[in-house]
Design a protein around this ligand. Structure first.
Ligand SMILES: Cc1ncc(COP(=O)(O)O)c(C=O)c1O
Length: 482
C-alpha cells in the first residue's frame, strides 16, 4: 500500500514521462494542487519532494517546482594534464570584441557574451533607485565623485562582505568601472610588462584581454571542471616559474562553472603566501550559487593573505552600470592612485542608486529569486543540448552562474561554428578565445563553445539551439563522420 503523497508523485511522474509537462515547465502551485485534488498542503509538498528526490523536478526558491531534464548530457571529460608548459604572451582577443558587439544587438540570439537578458535583472527597482537619487541628491551628481567611490556604496559593500565572513573597512573598498577595471588595477599594482601571471585553463577572456593590455605572460594551470585549479599543479608551477601574481575565479568560474572546495582554497592561498605571491580573486559569480549559504571567497577564508578581491554588480543588477570594486587592504592607497590616474572616478549616480538597493534589502531579495531562475535556464539549455546536439557532446554542470561550457565532438571546429552561427544572427563564444594561445594558431579548446544561458526562454532560443545542432551535424557530415 502506498501513501497519498506517493500516489501523487507517481501520477505526476507518469505525466512528465508522457510529456504533459516539459523540461523547465512549472508544476501547479502547492496550494492550487491541494485545492483541486482535495489533498492537504503537506501531502502535496511531500509528493513534490518525492519527485525532487527521484530527479524529476527541482525546486526554485519561492517560484515552485519545475520539471528537470531527462536528456542531461554527460559531464565534461577531465583533462588535467599540464597545459602549455611555458608562459605565453597573450594576444589576438579580437573575436571577443565582436561578441561584445553582438551582445548589444537585439537582432542576435545572444548566447555569446555572458550578459543576462533584462528579464533576469531588477529593472524597476533600479529605475526607482536612480530616480530617487536624482530627486534627493542632485548636488552629488554635479561634481567628481571621490576616486575611492561613494562612501554610501563602500559601506554597503563592506556590510555584504561581512555576510561571507570577511571583515572589511569601507575605507578599503575601491569602486571601479566593473570587475574588468578591478582586474586591470590589481594587475597594474602587482606587475610590470613581461611578468608571468598564473591563470586557470580555460580562462575568462576578459582576463586574457587585461593580460594582453598589460603586456603580461600567462601561465595556464590544469583546472578541474568541478573543483577549479588543481592545487598540486599550482604548487609545482610556483617551484618552476617566477610567477608575479595568480588570478582565479574560485566561485563558479567562467567558463567552467567550477566551485573550488574550501580546502583547495586554503591550500592555494597557503602555497601563494609561502612564495610571497599575491592572489587576484575574481568573485563575479559568488552571489549566484544555487545552494545556500553563499560560498566564502579565499579573501574571507584567509584574512591575513595578500589577496586582491574583485567584485561586480554586472551579473546581478546591470552590466551597463559599470560598477565593480576591488579590496586589498594593504594596497588601498596604491589602488586609489591607480584608479585616479586611470579615469579619476566612477560616476556617482549608479553608485548611489545601488547603495540604496543594497540598503533597502531589495538586492538580496532579487538574488534569492534570480539564482533559481539562472539554475532553471541552465537546466533548460542543457536539456536541449542533450536532446539536439551530436552524440559525444559533453556539458559542464555548474552549481552557480549562468554559462555552460560545451565540449563538442573533437572533429567540430568551434571557431568555424561561431562564424557560421553569427551569419545566422546567433552569437556564441568559441572555446579558442578562452586560451591565451588562440592568436598564435595553437588554440586549445578548439572544439569547445561557451553558451550564455541567461536569455529569453522563447521560440527564438529553441530555433537557435536547433540551428547550432544542425551546423554541428553539417560539420561532421563534411568530414564524413556523421
Ligand atoms: C569572470 C568575470 N570577471 C569579470 C567580468 C567583467 O565584469 P564587469 O562587467 O563587471 O567588468 C566578467 C564579465 O563577463 C566575468 O565573467
Amino acid at each position: 500500500m502506498s501513501f497519498r503523497y506517493q500516489q501523487l508523485a507517481s501520477e505526476l511522474q507518469q505525466q512528465i514521462e508522457q510529456g504533459h509537462y516539459v523540461c523547465g515547465e512549472r508544476l501547479p502551485g502547492v496550494r492550487e494542487l491541494a485545492k483541486v485534488r482535495s489533498l492537504s498542503v503537506s501531502t502535496v509538498v511531500a509528493g513534490y519532494r518525492q519527485l525532487e528526490a527521484d530527479g524529476y523536478v527541482q525546486a526554485s526558491h519561492r517560484s515552485g517546482y519545475f520539471v528537470k531534464s531527462r536528456f542531461q548530457p554527460p559531464p565534461l571529460s577531465k583533462d588535467l594534464a599540464p597545459k602549455s608548459q611555458l608562459p605565453e604572451q597573450v594576444s589576438g582577443q579580437h573575436m571577443a570584441l565582436s561578441l561584445s558587439k553582438a551582445a548589444a544587438d537585439s537582432g542576435y540570439t545572444r548566447l555569446g557574451a555572458a550578459v543576462p537578458a533584462a528579464r533576469f535583472l531588477p529593472q524597476h527597482a533600479l529605475q526607482k533607485a536612480m530616480q530617487q537619487v536624482i530627486k534627493m541628491q542632485p548636488a552629488r551628481l554635479m561634481q567628481y565623485e571621490a576616486s575611492r567611490g561613494a562612501i554610501e556604496l563602500r559601506t554597503e559593500i563592506a556590510k555584504r562582505m561581512a555576510l561571507q565572513g570577511a571583515v572589511v573597512s569601507p575605507q578599503d573598498v575601491i569602486i571601479t568601472n566593473g570587475c574588468q577595471e578591478a582586474l586591470m588595477l590589481s594587475l597594474k599594482a602587482l606587475t610590470v610588462p613581461g611578468d608571468i601571471v598564473a591563470i586557470e585553463s580555460p580562462a575568462f577572456y576578459g582576463l586574457l584581454q587585461a593580460l594582453e593590455a598589460a603586456g603580461l605572460q600567462a601561465l595556464t594551470l590544469p583546472t578541474d571542471p568541478q573543483t577549479g585549479v588543481v592545487p598540486e599543479a599550482l604548487e609545482q608551477a610556483l617551484q618552476r616559474w617566477p610567477v608575479k601574481a595568480c588570478v582565479l575565479i574560485s566561485n563558479f568560474s567562467n567558463p567552467l562553472g567550477s566551485l573550488m572546495p574550501k580546502i583547495n582554497k586554503k591550500r592555494i592561498v597557503a602555497a601563494l603566501s609561502a612564495k610571497g605571491i599575491a592572489l587576484i580573486e575574481d568573485d563575479t559569480y559568488g552571489d549566484l550559487g544555487f545552494a545556500v549559504p553563499r560560498p566564502a571567497s579565499c579573501f574571507a577564508l584567509a584574512p591575513q593573505a595578500d589577496i586582491f578581491y574583485c567584485g561586480t554588480f554586472s551579473k546581478t543588477i546591470s552590466p551597463d552600470l559599470r560598477l565593480g570594486w576591488v579590496i586589498a587592504p594593504k594596497q588601498t592607497a596604491k589602488l586609489e592612485y591607480l584608479k585616479f590616474i586611470s579615469n579619476i572616478s566612477t560616476a556617482a549616480l549608479p553608485q548611489l542608486a545601488v547603495a540604496n538597493l543594497l540598503k533597502s534589502g531589495r538586492y538580496e531579495r532579487h538574488l534569492r529569486q534570480v539564482r533559481g531562475q539562472y539554475q532553471l535556464a541552465l537546466s533548460r539549455i542543457s536539456h536541449q543540448i542533450g536532446r539536439l546536439f551530436p552524440a559525444g557532446t559533453r556539458v559542464s554542470q555548474p552549481q552557480g552562474g549562468f554559462v555552460l561550457w560545451v565540449e563538442l565532438p573533437p572533429a567540430i571546429d568551434g571557431y568555424l561554428l561561431a562564424q557560421q552561427a553569427m551569419a545566422q544572427h546567433i552569437s556564441i563564444a568559441p572555446g579558442a578565445i578562452f586560451s591565451p594561445t588562440a592568436a598564435a594558431g595553437r588554440a586549445e579548446f578548439s572544439h569547445f563553445i561557451r553558451l550564455n544561458c541567461a536569455v529569453e526562454p522563447d521560440a527564438r532560443l529553441e530555433r537557435a539551439l536547433a540551428t547550432l545542432a544542425q551546423l554541428c551535424n553539417e560539420q561532421l557530415l563534411k568530414k564524413g563522420l556523421d
